[in-house]
Design a protein around this ligand. Structure first.
Ligand code: KIV
Length: 262
């Protein structure tokens, strides 16, 4: 998928699929799948590093994980998250961060937030770098939002989100993530803008969907928010394989002669 295909898919009413990817071996597997694009999300701070929020993702982390993904992702389109506050420390700081993520192998950056990001978005787009917006529940603002709550439930806030989506499109975003909003609002935003919306917890009427890979693989069976579908019992698959290996080692079943050098 190339940048132009995002607009084409919206025009042709073809849905866009995106999953997160944080490391090289996963990128190699995903490069052989039909998924449209990969997101090196700042959720890696939580999923890969065990922090309690994406606020802890740093530019160094994003750069390192983006480079690892890019080395395995083949021709998949890679979007990398601009980390917490990187767009609010002035244009030079933002551009330096963009530079590092693009040099690491990203094809676009994703920026969370509302209209206060418009100036920096325009600047990055004018510099030739594709920008994906992110509205609704923006986890970098979790302390301001008071937790992981559905956004845009009342009319005033819903209207604000629609207005912000239009402004992000006008600023040059090629697409936007819409996180945790009511289904009706997901459809309204998607109809209000010409760029594709990629939803997570935003219902079926967005132009595409994104999930955290580990969530869809079910590696944490206790994490099951309403919007999530487990496509595998990843926790059991990994645990059973490792227990099987352990038992083969202690019984002497592994390695067999065919797995040994003469
Ligand atoms: O960081 C991330 O994984 C994201 C998705 C939830 C869209 O931004």
């Amino acid at each position: 998928m190339k940048i132009q295909d995002f607009a084409k898919k919206k025009q042709n009413r073809e849905k866009i699929s995106m999953v997160t990817c944080y490391d090289h071996w996963t990128a190699q597997i995903l490069s052989e799948t039909e998924v449209d694009c990969l997101l090196v999300g700042d959720s890696l701070a939580v999923v890969m590093h065990g922090f309690d929020s994406t606020v802890h993702a740093t530019t160094e982390m994003m750069e390192l994980h983006t480079a690892a993904v890019a080395r395995g992702a083949g021709d998949k389109f890679i979007v990398a998250d601009m980390p917490f506050l990187s767009c609010s420390k002035g244009l030079p700081y933002a551009m330096e961060t963009v530079h590092r993520l693009m040099a690491a192998g990203a094809h676009a950056v994703k920026i969370e937030g509302d209209t206060h990001q418009l100036e920096v978005i325009r600047h990055i787009v004018d510099a030739g770098v594709p920008v994906m917006g992110h509205l609704g529940l923006t986890p970098q603002s979790i302390h301001n939002l008071g937790g992981h709550k559905v956004q845009g439930k009342d009319e005033a806030r819903a209207a604000q989100i629609i207005d912000s989506a239009r402004k992000l499109e006008a600023a040059g975003c090629f697409s936007l993530v819409l996180e945790c909003v009511p289904t009706k609002l997901g459809g309204c935003v998607s109809a209000a803008v010409g760029i594709p919306t990629i939803g997570i917890g935003a219902g079926p009427n967005t132009d595409g969907q994104v999930l955290v890979l580990q969530d869809l693989l079910g590696v944490n069976p206790n994490f099951k928010p309403k919007f999530l579908r487990h496509y595998a019992a990843g926790y059991n698959v990994v645990g059973d394989a490792v227990n099987h290996y352990h038992s083969d080692v202690v019984t002497g079943e592994f390695p067999a002669l065919v797995e040994s050098y003469r």
